[in-house]
Design a protein around this ligand. Structure first.
Ligand SMILES: *[C@@H]1O[C@H](CO)[C@@H](O)[C@H](O)[C@H]1NC(C)=O
Ligand SMILES: *[C@@H]1O[C@H](CO)[C@@H](O)[C@H](O)[C@H]1NC(C)=O
Ligand SMILES: *[C@@H]1O[C@H](CO)[C@@H](O)[C@H](O)[C@H]1NC(C)=O
Ligand SMILES: *[C@@H]1O[C@H](CO)[C@@H](O)[C@H](O)[C@H]1NC(C)=O
Length: 387
């Protein structure tokens, strides 16, 4: 049941009450508590994902990330595939938690409020190739789950450590998933339906494994409208009739919609199999599509043009030279550098969103309107403002 937590606190059906009355009752119930922990019933987040939610895992394992990544918020490369904070960073801040330490980072990490298993280039399914050939990370979802299990085993066998969570955290934590974009990009357009259902099933299987180890609250982010990405628009040959009125690739975006529907149905099935669990499908796709379609409405100037890239034009994306890199092409030194105003761009580097976009996404998510089924996050948690 998605309303499990709210019900167990109040004994009331929230839907029978105007939300402000319900909120008031919750405040009354929580009044005696004074610790910040009582601000939210999620004392930790465990995240599984790819570059969209990596907070430094990939870069802890492989050579360091380069400027201009991190320029807006961290003022230096901080392992995020953006100019600033990722959606997972904003989520942690909203719940009153510190940024998540990457599980792979051995120096300065603190897992007392969760861990981040996400690494850039990760896939849901086991990769059939290696990083140094195609750039696909070896830390696919199954490996990330192994790492989670290892962390849990260590917590149970060790005496309490202040850099590790308490033993009861696994039942109380929020488990988040933001992964699948690389599986999808692999298959490409006209994707193999069977392959896509393997991807969705693997996510569902991972949720069940976590549930068997005590996890109860799961949020799965769907895939972004990849057909609006500067990278997709550059890499896939197309003409005007392949694009919609917003300049996005129609067939590619339709294929993403098909996958998202499949994921949604798979999670419905998972939900029905797991008692007392909240399995929430988070429709970030709708938020991002809206921003790509109406960038100006959200304070942006550019939708399908990358801030950090090279070549200019409609997309400012060169698949041979990624953001922060230089390469000699036809004896010309081509450098992919950042624009001076990332806040005016939806897309940071042609593949990932700017911090400005991520901020819009998190605000929309926290409003509760993009959860399926509805989940009263803002009633369970005294959410901190996003700034
Ligand atoms: C880890 O974070 C917790 C909570 O913020 C803090 O109490 C603890 O001292 C930290 N441990 C280390 C080793 O930094
Ligand atoms: C546009 O490209 C598609 C194939 O991608 C092709 O079927 C169509 O005829 C092309 N239209 C024009 C006007 O060139
Ligand atoms: C579900 O919650 C109820 C009430 O708290 C409890 O009795 C039951 O054992 C739980 N079931 C599972 C599978 O955890
Ligand atoms: C290419 O240009 C970049 C940025 O100006 C510079 O850092 C790099 O050293 C240049 N590379 C070569 C081979 O000249």
């Amino acid at each position: 049941m998605s309303l499990r937590k709210a019900e167990s606190h109040s004994g009331l059906q929230p839907s029978l009450l105007p939300s402000d009355v319900f909120f008031f009752l919750l405040i009354l119930l929580f009044l005696p508590a004074t610790t910040t922990e009582a601000d939210c019933s999620f004392p930790a987040i465990f995240n599984f994902g790819d570059s969209n939610s990596d907070t430094g895992g990939f870069w802890a394992a492989f050579p360091a990330q380069r400027a201009p990544f991190g320029m807006t918020y961290f003022k230096k490369p901080a392992g995020r595939a953006s100019d600033g904070r990722a959606v997972i960073d904003f989520l942690a801040q909203a719940l009153g938690l510190p940024f998540l330490s990457p599980y792979l980072q051995s120096i300065g990490s603190n897992f007392s409020h969760g861990a981040n298993f996400a690494t850039a280039s990760s896939t849901v399914l086991l990769p059939s190739t290696i990083l140094f050939v195609t750039g696909i990370s070896p830390f696919s979802l199954a490996i990330q789950l192994n790492q989670m299990n290892e962390l849990r085993v260590r917590v149970f066998e060790m005496s309490p450590q202040d850099y590790l969570p308490s033993k009861d955290i696994f039942a109380k934590a929020l488990y988040t998933f933001d992964i699948g974009q690389n599986d999808f990009a692999y298959i490409g357009i006209g994707g193999d339906k069977q392959f896509l259902s393997q991807v969705a099933n693997q996510i569902a299987w991972t949720i069940k494994e976590l549930y068997n180890n005590g996890g109860r609250t799961f949020m799965v982010f769907n895939l972004a409208p990849l057909g609006c990405f500067p990278s997709t628009l550059t890499l896939l040959p197309h003409n005007e009739s392949d694009l919609d009125e917003y300049g996005c690739l129609i067939s590619y975006n339709n294929a993403v919609l098909d996958y998202n529907q499949l994921l949604k149905e798979t999670l419905q099935q998972t939900r029905s199999e797991l008692q007392n669990a909240s399995v929430i499908y988070v429709d970030t796709h709708s938020v991002k599509l809206e921003v790509f379609q109406h960038p100006k409405k959200y304070g942006f100037i550019y939708g399908t043009k990358a801030c950090c890239g090279s070549g200019g034009g409609s997309y400012n994306y060169n698949p041979q030279v990624f953001c922060g890199n230089s390469k000699i092409i036809n004896s010309i030194n081509v450098t992919a550098s950042a624009c001076s105003d990332p806040q005016n761009y939806v897309s940071w580097d042609g593949v990932h969103a700017t911090e400005a976009t991520n901020k819009i996404v998190i605000r929309a998510i926290l409003s509760g309107s993009y959860f399926d089924p509805p989940f009263p996050l803002s009633h369970i948690c005294n959410l901190k403002p996003i700034c």
